[in-house]
Design a protein around this ligand. Structure first.
Ligand SMILES: O=C(O)C1=CC=C[C@H](O)[C@H]1O
Ligand code: PYR
Length: 292
């Protein structure tokens, strides 16, 4: 069986947010971003203008744009072309000869080209940990979280997540930044990851987790900045957030509110959780936090 021609499919927002067994919190100082096998050979089996590919490409780029400035190393995995029978081994039995050593096959899609300071890693088996430098690289850099995006979800992405788990690395499986052969395969991958070896979250959830206050200099100094920060935390655009929306009812978690209080306290602005809870809106918090 070669790789099938892949028909367009989509997953609902509910399907993209499975019930996770763990609540691992993303930490940019612990994480590595893996962009898995986004090579032209594997993408060529899709109609890349049809879902899920446009969304997946945009989400992978958004994740890279957010995480890289936070110091998260970016690793691309890529299979080599013209693998010898010894190198190919049992992959031959399942997938035939694989890629030829032609950039039109081995090249990373031009939509996500690696940059000079990204690491392109040769990959030999389903899991990106097998016969590669990934584990040593992470251990050397004392990073134990792996953000996984790319293709194919139920094969290399999922087995890399399982391998991470077995190497004591917290895998973050980005459910709308991976793509698969079918909706069914994709859904299985998301749910297996969430139930057995990873935290499966959406791009928006990851970007919100990555929007943490790091120093008081990050603190909002006006209502629009406060609104944007809260919108990022909620995984919505600032236009989608009204000044009088109840932020607790919108799902803003208390951990983030407490971090906001601590940061303002470090800047000499004392405010209590009760005061914010009594008027949990952008308007209310702007008058409490930003008034001189
Ligand atoms: O040709 C291959 O090596 C493969 C084809 C499809 C998915 C597998 O992960 C990959 O190993
Ligand atoms: C695409 C590929 O090689 C994988 O899913 O492992």
């Amino acid at each position: 069986m070669a790789i099938p021609k892949i028909a367009a499919y989509q997953l609902s927002s509910a399907e993209l947010m499975p019930e996770n067994r763990v609540n691992w919190q993303f930490d940019s100082s612990r994480a590595v971003l893996l962009i898995h096998d986004m090579q032209r050979y594997f993408l060529n089996y899709y109609d890349t203008k049809a879902e899920p590919i446009p969304t997946v490409l945009a989400n992978i780029q958004a994740i890279k744009d957010k995480l890289k400035p936070l110091g998260v190393p970016v690793i691309y995995s890529a299979q080599p072309g013209d693998q010898t029978p010894e190198q190919r081994a049992l992959l031959q039995d399942f997938w035939g000869q694989g890629l030829t050593a032609d950039l039109s096959q081995t090249g990373i899609t031009e939509r996500l080209m690696p940059e000079q300071d990204d690491h392109v890693m040769t990959k030999w088996r389903y899991s990106a940990f097998q016969r590669t430098e990934l584990l040593q690289l992470m251990q050397t850099q004392q990073r134990d979280q792996l953000v996984i995006c790319g293709i194919y979800a139920h094969i290399g992405c999922l087995l890399t997540a399982a391998d991470a788990f077995m190497n004591d690395i917290q895998a973050f499986f980005i459910s709308d930044a991976v793509a698969d052969f079918t909706q069914q395969d994709h859904l299985m991958a998301i749910n297996y990851a969430a139930q057995r070896c990873a935290r499966a979250i959406t791009t928006q959830q990851l970007l919100a987790d990555a929007t943490e206050l790091t120093t008081t200099s990050d603190l909002p100094s006006n209502k629009q900045q406060l609104k944007q920060l809260i919108a990022d935390w909620l995984g919505v655009t600032s236009d989608e957030l009204e000044d009088d929306d109840n932020l607790i009812e919108c799902g803003l978690d208390s951990i983030r509110v407490l971090s906001l209080i601590d940061q303002f306290k470090a800047k000499g602005k004392e405010i209590s959780l009760i005061e914010l809870a009594e008027n949990p809106t952008v308007e209310g918090w702007a008058s409490l936090l930003l008034a001189e």
